[in-house]
Design a protein around this ligand. Structure first.
Ligand code: NAP
Length: 248
């Protein structure tokens, strides 16, 4: 076990699948007690996914919460405090895509992505403050799109660029409590989010990745484990690029 998070409580938002699911499994394997979070859908698929992930963990807490709803986030933090006694690791992972060129993008497409990807982490950060223990770690999932501004992603790129700025401000404000705040900016990682990329877009993207492959969930998870570990105690306000050299 490269890192030991025994005795720590870790909340990973949007951990029913993809990178978030990989995160809770890795933190659990490293000794942390994990909170699995999902947002419900009408078919109950997300809850089923979250239950499957939770069943693979030792002592999970499963919480339904839409991170874009401040009331639900407050209730989630209250449950974590009541049932786990506090929080040591917050990973703002929940995120959505609604790609469209600016000319065709609706206000709903713009607003929903900002609400989940940027305002959601703000709610989580703010509402977690009273229950974060000294030495806590916050990691937010940004994106290479927030650095490059990828075509068709005005909403998504703006949300991730904003998340990088939020990370830096929070790092300054929380440093005196010995709480570090960092972001990870993944490139193209193989998950459901990237599964539906048109073939020609995927091929073009791959040519631009110097290491010659798309990223795996483990590549991002390993970066988060490091940032949340004691080894990263002097690292705060940073953006760790996990993109195979796509943006450097
Ligand atoms: P994913 O497979 O689509 O999973 C997204 C997760 O977010 C799901 O667990 C989903 O929960 C959850 N979620 C969505 N809306 C939510 C809400 N309102 N409240 C709570 N949870 C919500 O995505 P992923 O590829 O693992 O991406 C994870 C993070 O990495 C995202 O922030 C994404 O922007 C970022 N990222 C990904 C890539 C990539 O190439 N995959 C690249 C750069 C950055 P349900 O299952 O309950 O819907």
């Amino acid at each position: 076990m490269p890192y030991d998070f025994t005795g720590k409580v870790a909340l990973v938002t949007g951990s029913s699948r993809g990178i978030g699911a990989g995160m809770v499994q890795a933190f659990d394997a490293s000794g942390a007690r994990c909170v699995v979070n999902y947002v419900p859908d009408s078919e109950g698929r997300n809850r089923a996914d979250a239950e499957t992930i939770a069943a693979s963990l030792r002592d999970p807490l499963l919480i339904e919460c839409d991170v874009s709803d401040p009331g639900q986030v407050e209730a989630m933090m209250h449950r974590i405090e009541t049932e786990c006694g506090g929080l040591d690791i917050l990973v703002n992972n929940a995120g959505i895509l609604r790609d469209r060129t600016i000319a065709k993008m609706s206000e709903e497409e713009w607003g929903s992505v900002l609400d989940v990807n940027l305002t959601g982490p703000f709610h989580c950060l703010r509402q977690a403050l009273p229950i974060l223990r000294p030495g806590a770690r916050i990691v937010s999932l940004a994106s290479v799109s927030g650095q490059l501004g990828l075509f068709g992603q005005a909403n998504y790129a703006a949300s991730k660029a904003g998340l990088i700025a939020l990370t830096k401000v929070a790092a300054r404000e929380l440093a005196r409590r010995q709480i570090s705040v960092n972001a990870i900016a993944p490139g193209f990682i193989q998950t459901e989010m990237t599964r539906d990329l048109p073939v020609e877009v995927a091929e073009r993207a791959l040519v631009a990745v110097p290491v010659g492959r798309f990223g795996q969930i483990a590549d991002v998870v390993n970066a988060a484990l490091f940032l949340c570990s004691e080894d990263a105690r002097y690292v705060t306000g940073q953006v760790l690029n996990v993109n195979g050299g796509y943006f450097m």
